[in-house]
Every structure is written in C-alpha cells, then in structure tokens.
Design a protein around this ligand. Structure first.
Ligand code: SF4
Length: 354
C-alpha cells in the first residue's frame, strides 16, 4: 500500500525548500499546472548521469543557450557538441545526446515521448533516466531511484543489506512511497532531501520532514547507511601521448574512434593504454622531447599515467595519424580532461607558450 501521508509531509517540505535548479519548474508553479520543458529535463538527466548537480548547471545553461530546442541540437555540428561537452566526462553521453535528439526530431516530430516505455527506446536513455523524465517532465507515477534516493530509503527503513545487492529492496520501498498526486514533484523532493538533509556523512535529522517515521534515526544507525560492498582497488594503466605543433602553430590532433573511452572526442595521438606501455610508434617522425611530466587521471575503472612527448614540426610535415588543427580553431577547452592535462604539461615545452 502506498504511504500517502509520508509523501504529503515530504511534498510540504519541498514546497518550502526545493532547490532552485535551471531545469526545474518551482513547486508553486508546478502545483498551478506548469510542466517543465521535456527537452530541459532530458538534457539535465543525461548530464546528471555520473555527474554532480553543481558541475551540470553551467553545462546545462550553455547547451540550452547554444541549442534552445531539440531541433537546434539535432541540427548541430557533432564536433561542436563534443567540444562543448569536454570536461563533463563519460563522453558516450554526448554522442548519445546527439543521436537521441536526431531520433526525437526524425521519428517523433520533435516531441519527446511521454511514457517510460517509449523513452526507454531512445538512444542513451536507460531505466533510471526514462523513469526520471516520465516522472519529472510528464508527472507520471514512476519509481525514480538515484544514489540520493537509495540512501534515504536505506535509512528510512533501516536496511542493512549492502549495495548493490540492496537495490531491488530499496527500489521496492521507493515504489511503495511514490504517491499518485504530484509524482514528479515527489521524485524531485526525495532527491532534494538526500542532497540537502539526508546527506551521506552527517544527516540533519533534526530538521528532516521524515524524522518521525525514520527507522535508522530511531535505531541510531543513520550515519552508517547505506552499507556498501567494498570496491576492488582500481588498477593503473600507462600510455604515451604525442603533442606536436607545426611551425604555423597548428597542433596535430585526432578524433578518437566513436566506440571506447573518450569516443568521438578530440585527443592527442598516442599509444593504447594498458598495464605496460603497448608497442606503438609516434604519429610522425620528429625529434620528440620528454618534458619530464605525466598527466595523471582517474577514470571509472582505472587510474591512468599518461607520459608525454612533445615535438616541433616543420611546415610540410606529413603525419601517419591525425590532422593539423589551425591555431584559430584549436580550443584547449574542447579537449577531454585528461588530454587537456597533457596539453597543460606540454605547454612549457613550446618556447613561445611557456
Ligand atoms: S531522519 Fe535522518 S536519517 Fe532519517 S531520512 Fe531524515 S535525515 Fe535521513
């Protein structure tokens, strides 16, 4: 049976304390029947996969300024979109963003479908994102469970099964709590509660709208929940990146293959990344220098130590890999973070850039 009283308590709290987010319709307007733009909710949810709200706000504002509608985004230049995404990470999301925008325009007349089932068929939209869009944009009764919601449910019901094994149980609890009235606001309210009150380290139970029914609060176990199965330590991989500049200031870059890590993004030519540096050769014959620094970066599943080699190339140089990007078109901000770190370390090796 759904617990509508507790949902109502949370919604009253949300009416007072909802976070102001650029993609959100504030609760007063939502109660008056205003719905958010599904394009905005979709964009924000894709960006929020694996990324914090604080980091997403600026990107969301820039993307929706550059491409105010899904039609604008569908017509955008791929390289421009990938460049604007640089720094946000998990680059498959950017490729899927474009694919999805094009499918919505080509197959759905520019309108996002309004059910979880139909949303799930779009590129880059998994079960969580489909439920979130159906709930927030279309006010459907869906169970929306992100990390914040998992933490809140584990505490509210004092569930000690470690994650990820606890996911089905936490989802079941979350489903039972979701009300038929204002489900979109409710989904956002639980997330806000987790982000602002029921925080990972020090939950502010004294000001929580769910303090009375909260089982972990009563048991004194809130701060230790949710339990998590310890993660295996991440392995370290190594590789080499070659940063070359031609006499006219053009840099030698390549677009990485669509599939795989940093797929579709600009990058420096180099070796694959493995436990030991794999066999490889530089993209062009040159007098390669070692600036004596490595770019260090951590991906989801491994740490990377990327050695750097730097060279000045004459005009007429003929590389086996990559293309020269003229200085007026080269924006370091278009590079994914690890490639930008490598560039920052290499700059000092180019006399006029140090
Ligand atoms: S009472 Fe405390 S632990 Fe329980 S939901 Fe509220 S903030 Fe979280």
């Amino acid at each position: 049976m759904r617990d509508t009283a507790q949902a109502a308590d949370l919604l009253s709290w949300y009416d007072q304390h909802a976070r102001a987010l650029p993609w959100r319709v504030p609760p007063a307007e939502s109660r008056a029947g205003h719905r958010p733009d599904p394009y905005h909710i979709w964009m924000s949810e894709v960006m929020l996969q694996q990324t914090t709200v604080a980091a997403v706000k600026e990107y969301f504002t820039r993307f929706t300024t550059l491409w105010p509608t899904v039609q604008d985004l569908a017509a955008a230049d791929d390289a421009r979109v990938m460049g604007e995404w640089a720094g946000l990470g998990y680059y498959a999301r950017a490729r899927n963003l474009l694919k999805c925008a094009r499918v919505v325009v080509a197959d759905h007349g520019g309108q996002f479908p309004d059910t979880r089932e139909a949303l799930l068929k779009l590129p880059g939209i998994g079960p969580y994102t489909a439920a979130a869009i159906a709930s927030i944009a279309f006010n459907r009764v869906e169970t929306v469970v992100d990390g914040n919601v998992e933490r809140v449910m584990a505490r509210l019901f004092d569930i000690h099964t470690p994650l990820p094994a606890a996911k089905p149980e936490l989802t079941e609890k979350a489903a039972l709590m979701t009300p038929g009235d204002r489900p979109g606001d409710y989904a956002q309210a639980v997330m806000d509660l987790g982000a602002t009150i029921c925080t990972p380290r020090s939950p502010a139970c004294g000001i929580c709208p769910w303090v009375a029914p909260c089982a972990a609060r009563a048991a004194g176990t809130a701060a230790e929940l949710p339990k998590k199965t310890p993660k295996k330590p991440k392995p370290t991989r190594v590789g080499v990146a070659y940063i070359a500049r031609r006499a006219d200031g053009a840099f030698l870059l390549e677009t990485r293959p669509d599939r795989g890590l940093l797929g579709g993004m600009l990058g420096w030519p180099g070796s694959d990344w493995a436990e030991e540096v794999p066999d490889h050769s530089p993209p062009v014959e040159a007098d390669w220098r070692d600036p004596g620094a490595e770019a260090l970066h951590t991906f989801t599943h491994f740490h990377l130590r990327l050695a750097i080699r730097v060279a000045d190339l004459p005009r007429g140089s003929n590389p086996e890999r990559g293309q020269f990007l003229p200085p007026e078109r080269f924006r370091p901000s278009d590079l994914p973070t690890v490639m930008r770190k490598a560039f920052d370390l290499a700059r000092a090796s180019f006399v006029d850039m140090s």
